[in-house]
Design a binder for this molecule. Structure first.
Ligand code: FE
Length: 199
């Protein structure tokens, strides 16, 4: 739960979470320390910087990239990137001919381990409904003008499979090292609603 000021009334979801939390604590199902560790993990440790470092490594290490595209789950597990919401991941590579975009039409499945918590728009009904029907329209709204020559492929996540887009390495980034490259990689570029650009 994110911190909110005392003036803000709690939302329905926050109230439900609080109620659930106190019942679980009261019944001894979970310990406060465990909850704190989980919250700390998603608020401070897990985030798009993890996916970005994976992308930067794939851009600079061809062997890693082929293993990642072949079997992302095992390759990420070797890096200690597995566990909740990241168990089965597939990486889809963008090329000059193909642009990949990720959605969860049913709910909001997302590779938490690599990207942290999903943005609100990812969970919204308009995105989920339109991503499949009109991916180019969605891309345009995100400011991405995709040429008609580029095929746009949409991947529908589910409880079993999560997707990460491997964006195209931007032109002009040849001299950059892995850490500098990782800084260019945005969350949205790994969902496929943005492309990576030089700063
Ligand atoms: Fe889902």
């Amino acid at each position: 739960m994110s911190k909110s000021s005392h003036r803000d009334p709690l939302s329905d979801t926050q109230l439900r979470v609080k109620a659930l939390e106190s019942v679980l604590l009261e019944k001894g199902v979970v310990k406060q320390e465990t909850l704190d560790a989980i919250i700390d993990n998603y608020e401070n440790k897990v985030g798009p910087h993890i996916g970005a470092s994976v992308v930067a490594k794939a851009w600079t290490d061809p062997d890693f990239k082929s293993r990642l595209l072949e079997n992302a789950s095992d390759t990420l597990a070797e890096m200690g990137l597995s566990g909740i919401e990241g168990t089965h991941v597939e990486v889809k590579e963008n090329t000059a001919e193909l642009h990949n975009m990720v959605v969860c039409t049913l709910c909001s499945c997302y590779p938490w381990t690599l990207l942290g918590l999903p943005p609100t728009w990812y969970k919204s009904t308009p995105y989920r409904a339109r991503a499949v029907r009109d991916p180019r329209g969605i891309l345009a709204e995100f400011g991405v003008k995709m040429s008609e020559n580029v095929e746009v492929r949409v991947w529908d996540s589910n409880a079993e499979i999560r997707y990460l887009v491997l964006p195209i390495r931007p032109a002009g980034s040849e001299g950059l090292g892995e850490d500098e490259l990782a800084e260019l990689v945005t969350r949205d570029s790994m969902i496929g609603t943005a492309v990576v650009e030089m700063n």
